[in-house]
Every structure is written in C-alpha cells, then in structure tokens.
Design a protein. Structure first.
Length: 339
C-alpha cells in the first residue's frame, strides 16, 4: 500500500491541481447561474485571484497544486482555443460585409501595435507588453494564454496581463451599456461596438445581451472575427521567437512556425465552415471549451499576486486602461464608418 501512493504522485503530479481547477470551474458556473451578468470565465479568473491571495492556500498553490494548475493554464488553454474555432464559420464572417471585416482587422492591428508601444513606453517588464497587447486586441485571457505558450513566459509574468484584461473587460460590462443611448447608437450598432471593443467572448455576451438577441448575434460574429486573428498573430510571434532564440546547439528546441494548437484552431474553423455538424456536437464542444478555458483561467488567476501588482503594477494598470480606451474608441469609429 505504501509503495503505490508515492508512485501515483510521481506519475500524475498534475492530478490534484487539475481536480481543483475543475472544481473551481464548477463554482464559477454556479456564480454565473446565480448572477447571469457575471460571465463564467470572468468568475473563474476572479476565483483564481482570490485563492492565490489566501495565506492558508498559498502553500498548496505553490506546492502540490502547482503542476496541475500550470497544466490547466497551458495545455487545457490550448485545447480550449482549438475548440473555440468551432464557434466560427467563414460564412458568418462574410455576412458582416467587407467594410466591417476590414475595420475589425484594422482595430486588432492598431490596438495591438498601440498597446505594444504603450507597454514599452511605460517600461513593462519581459513579455508583458506583448501579452497585454495580445489580450486587449484579440480575445482577452484566452489569447494571452495562447501567446504565453509561444514565448514561454512564466505563469507569474502572464498573470498580470490576465488580471488587467479581466478588470477592463468587467468594467466594459457596466460602462458600455450606460453609453449606448447617449452615443445615439442603434441596437445593431451597439452590438457591433461591443463585439469590436470588448475582450473575452463571455464579457461580450454579458455586455451585448442587454440590447436583445439581434445585438447579441452581431456582437458574437464581430467578436469571433477578432478571435480568428489569433492564428496569424501567434504564428507571426512564433516566427519572431524562432529568430530571436537561435541556439548554438542545432538540437536545441525552437518554437514551431505554426504551433499545433493554432493549426487545430484553423482546422476547427474550416470544419465548421464546410461540414454540417449536428447541434449536439456544436453544443457539446462549446460546453467542453468553456469548461477547459474556465479551468485554465482559474490556474492563471492563482498566479496573480495583488501585493506585487499594487506595489509595482501602476504602470501595467495605466497601459491596460489606456488600451481599453483605445480599442473602445476605435471600435466606435468602425461602427460609424460601417453604418
């Protein structure tokens, strides 16, 4: 009996952390069910941040749970991103019209470059400018997790951008509906603005649903068009990373030109576009994808250290808020151009 337990701990060191992440995802679902205005994925990140600050939980988070939480934050995140592709078809994108498509792509590119510049201007450390730019311009914490896997950033380095994109996305849920009527936007224009300017898919749903099903439908299609930009942006980052990390040892491992999970994401989009899938398959994939991303975001949330963020993170907070204002303004301009 005594010889079996150590072996199981050795062969499955990730199991305790993954189980805890799964339980946290269930708790986040419960919060979302009780308070529908709180997106499930946002609840998962916030739960992770809270757990990461508890003194009695921190030894477990940095000890026995760490391998599993890291597995959730990286591997489960990638699987979730692949399944995210099944939400989007090329027909949905074409239905937006070429003006909306071009402005959506332009918003992603300008926000990405602008946020990168802000991150460097405010001297954010390491890969944080890249990760913040990816999260704010494309699809929030999911994009940050995908990009962090390419640049091999540490969980602690990834945690601050995740916290920022969660904060600003949550602010959008409350701020954008207040500005809807004063800006003179129609229902469909409001949905377009939300889809182009809010970060995570769950935050988009929570912000757009207040204007009805038509606004929500437009918001989701515009948002998922932004998600599609994740593939080329990550692929470009992978190429840059390969060139930066040229090792003298030819056997040294370098990032792939097109990461496997990015290829999987593209395949999933093509499958949804050209193969008629039963609703049960699409709904099942959506449920699994949401669960995996919730587990991943809980894992990333546990790496946030609020004391460090509050003590040295004012620069990161400034970059996040400025980037949030930038993308909201660009998205509003795109709505007016497309109308």
């Amino acid at each position: 009996m005594s010889s079996v337990a150590p072996a199981s701990r050795t062969t499955l060191p990730w199991l305790p952390g993954v189980v805890v992440a799964g339980l946290a995802a269930l708790a986040a679902w419960g919060i979302h069910w009780l308070v529908p205005a709180v997106p499930l994925l946002t609840a998962a990140v916030v739960l992770g941040i809270i757990v990461g600050q508890l003194p009695f939980a921190r030894p477990a988070v940095t000890g026995i749970l760490k391998p599993g939480l890291s597995t959730a934050a990286k591997r489960l995140m990638r699987i979730g991103v692949v399944l995210l592709g099944l939400k989007l078809s090329l027909g949905d994108i074409a239905g937006l019209g070429w003006v909306s498509i071009l402005t959506t792509v332009a918003i992603v590119l300008v926000t990405f470059v602008g946020t990168m510049w802000l991150g460097r201007l405010f001297k954010l450390p390491g890969h944080q400018p890249l990760l913040v730019a990816t999260g704010f311009s494309i699809c929030g914490a999911s994009a940050i997790g995908a990009m962090s896997g390419i640049v091999k950033s540490k969980d602690e380095e990834t945690a601050t951008p995740v916290a920022l994109v969660t904060l600003c996305g949550t602010l959008a849920i409350f701020v954008l509906p207040v500005l809807w009527h004063p800006l003179g936007l129609s229902t469909l224009q409001y949905g377009h603005w939300v889809g182009a300017g809010v970060h995570d898919v769950g935050q988009v749903v929570a912000t757009a649903q207040i204007a009805g099903s038509a606004a929500l439908a437009v918001a989701i299609v515009v948002k998922l068009t932004r998600v599609l930009m994740l593939a080329p942006m990550v692929a470009i980052a992978s190429v840059v990373e390969r060139r930066r990390n040229v090792e003298p040892d030819p056997a040294a491992k370098r990032p792939p030109i097109v990461p496997l999970f990015v290829a999987g994401f593209i395949v999933a989009v093509l499958v949804r576009s050209f193969i008629p899938l039963p609703d049960v398959v699409i709904d099942g994939a959506d449920t699994v994808q949401t669960a995996l991303l919730a587990m991943a975001l809980f894992g990333l949330g546990t790496a946030v250290r609020l004391r460090t963020l509050l003590g040295t993170g004012w620069r990161a907070l400034a970059v996040g808020l400025l980037s949030w204002v930038l993308i909201a303004a660009l998205a509003l301009g795109a709505v007016w151009i497309s109308s």
